[in-house]
Design a protein around this ligand. Structure first.
Ligand code: HGY
Ligand code: MN
Ligand code: MN
Ligand code: MN
Length: 398
């Protein structure tokens, strides 16, 4: 199962995956998922934005009649960052299917439906909004705002949905969540904290994405004296340095991973630099003070450079503490699996914040690397993850 989806959207040169929401490669991965559900006689439900839950309800639900009652849902996402790894997302979806297979082989009959979910555009790599599908489903992002989001070619979500054959009018809070009694997401560990094959998440760090727009004066690279320049690239560079320093001081994370430069010519001082900051910290107050410090230093530098800077928060998610009772129930089922926080955002965080009892399992990542073609997990640890997920689903659905 793993092999046949792991060729989808993979770059032959870098070995990385690029599956932006509603792009051909992500649609191909979604089609693969639907095939897998069909071969397992799972009843698939979709919502307006394309989130999917495939139900196993052996109490006689035939195909096409989704189960009644709230079920236990597991799953993750099939989209990826640009040139990302093989495991971030797909491991959770494939493990969910494999765990259902195992429970069926073991002759287990759940007393409530078990759902396998695949949630769209979790990385936000195309439209810039992390957990886009789950945020809309949970009603924390309005359909209007979501549909107006555009990708780097200026294509709106509404147009992309239409191109993928989905009517944008259906986008909005999702009926799928009415049947999500409990949600458990299995995910490859991102970072290197696990000393055992499988761990349980305690919390998700607060996470913000901020657009910094630096504006200056375009001019000739060869004839403009250094002291006469108003160079937004300089202001950006000093801000990036300040962000790095402030994050180190706060034990936080600050990343400028994406830039847009105008006019983007080798022999012209730029007129504008747009830089996207991804910032995360162990608690909300630290994230807030980190942003204030970075913004303050950007403004001070802009005054020196005769440039301007504007900062717009594009998405900010507060800390998510997973419910302790459910978390400890999983630890018990897994005979004392280690518990650890994560600095990575997840659909599980959105569902937990929406009040759905939610937990996460992590599968050990020996290098800790993620959002990179080098992302890796040992096969034995992945199999241990499936075992753990099956045991948890059995405990929650019996
Ligand atoms: O960006 C993240 O934290 C997650 O991998 N989507
Ligand atoms: Mn990711
Ligand atoms: Mn992920
Ligand atoms: Mn996730």
């Amino acid at each position: 199962m793993w092999a046949d989806q792991s060729a989808i959207g993979r770059d032959a040169e870098t070995g990385g995956y690029t599956r932006g929401g509603w792009t051909p490669s992500e649609r191909e991965a979604t089609a693969w998922f639907l095939d897998q559900c069909a071969t397992r006689d799972l009843t698939v439900e979709s919502d307006g934005i394309g989130n999917l839950i495939a139900w196993w309800d052996p109490r006689g639900t035939d195909l096409g009649h989704p189960p009644s009652g709230r079920g236990v849902v597991t799953g993750s996402h099939l989209d990826s960052v640009i040139d990302g790894g093989a495991f971030d997302g797909p491991l959770g979806v494939v493990s969910a299917l494999a765990a259902v297979d195992q429970l069926r082989r073991d002759g287990f009959t759940p007393s409530v439906p078990i759902g396998v979910g695949a949630f769209v555009e979790e990385e936000g790599s195309r439209f810039g909004m992390p957990c886009l599908g789950s945020r809309v489903a949970a009603g924390v992002l309005t359909a209007e705002k979501a549909l107006a989001l555009t990708d780097r070619q200026g294509v709106s979500l509404a147009r992309a949905l239409e191109a993928a054959g989905t009517d944008p009018a259906g986008v909005g809070p999702s009926p799928l969540l009415e049947r999500m009694g409990t949600f458990v997401e299995l995910h490859v560990e991102q970072g290197r904290g696990l000393t055992a094959p499988v761990g349980v998440a305690s919390s998700i760090w607060p996470h913000g994405r901020y657009r910094f727009t630096f504006e200056g004066e375009a001019n000739h690279a060869g004839t403009t004296l250094m002291e006469d320049r108003h160079d937004p690239m300089l202001t950006y560079a000093m801000t990036a340095l300040a962000a790095n320093k402030q994050a180190r001081l706060a034990g936080a994370r600050a990343t400028f991973g994406r830039l847009s430069i105008e006019p983007n010519g080798t022999n012209a001082v730029p007129s504008k630099v747009i830089a996207w900051l991804d910032a995360r910290a162990a608690d909300d107050a630290t994230l807030e003070s980190l942003l204030a410090a970075i913004t303050r230093q950007a403004v001070e530098r802009a005054e020196r450079d005769g440039t301007t800077v504007a900062v717009v928060p594009e998405s900010v998610s507060p800390i998510v503490d997973f419910p302790v009772g459910l978390r400890d129930r999983l630890v018990g089922v897994l005979d004392g699996a280690p518990v650890l926080p994560t600095g990575a955002g997840h659909d599980a965080g959105v569902f937990s914040a929406a009040g759905i009892p939610t937990a996460m399992l992590f599968v050990r990542n020996p290098t800790g690397i993620s959002h990179s073609p080098a992302e890796y997990a040992e096969e034995d640890d992945c199999l241990a993850g499936v075992e753990a997920l099956a045991a948890v689903l059995k405990d929650l659905a019996q």
